[in-house]
Design a protein around this ligand. Structure first.
Ligand SMILES: [Zn+2]
Length: 161
């Protein structure tokens, strides 16, 4: 009902002008019919001026209302646009600046091997790395990066002492 008030007020201004003009014209005709010629002209001219100027004011009010509504909806559209430059920083993002830095990933730890499995691998020629991993004989490099040959050489050197 109150949508597009500006447009309705502008339409009202046109109605106001037409009714005012017709009213003053009819009044003038009535006056002329009664031999009041001067009064008829005064009413006609005065009625014209009053209804015209009055309708301009009414029209201006409606036009201003429309302009204000247009500016308002323009601003609302701008605010709603996600990448508008005026958009404030989202709360969550702003808060994260004060949050502690994410923890570094824990260093790799090989999954513990059951004792029976460990015995089986070692009995089949496997080798145990200083990092705790038990590797099959065919594995030349442990998950920690140590080389099988180096590990076995160090082990032999240790046993020789
Ligand atoms: Zn290792």
């Amino acid at each position: 009902m109150y949508n597009n008030i500006g447009g309705k007020v502008k339409a009202l201004a046109i109605v106001e002008m037409i009714v005012g003009t017709l009213g003053s014209l009819i009044t003038a005709i009535v006056l002329w019919a009664n031999d009041a010629v001067l009064a008829g002209f005064l009413v006609l001219i005065g009625g014209f001026l009053v209804s015209w100027i009055g309708s301009w004011i009414t029209y201006a009010i409606g036009d201003t209302n429309e302009t204000v509504n247009g500016i308002r909806s323009m601003l609302q559209t701008q605010e709603a646009t996600p990448d508008a430059p005026q958009q404030p920083v989202p709360q969550a993002k702003a808060a994260s600046a004060y949050a502690p830095a994410p923890k570094k990933p824990a260093p790799y730890r090989p999954a513990p091997i059951p004792a029976s499995e460990r015995e089986r691998i070692l009995s089949q020629g496997g080798w145990e790395c200083p990092c705790g991993s038990v590797n099959h004989s065919y594995i030349s490099t442990c998950v920690c990066g140590r080389n099988k040959r180096e590990v076995l050489a160090a082990k032999q050197a240790n046993e020789a002492k």
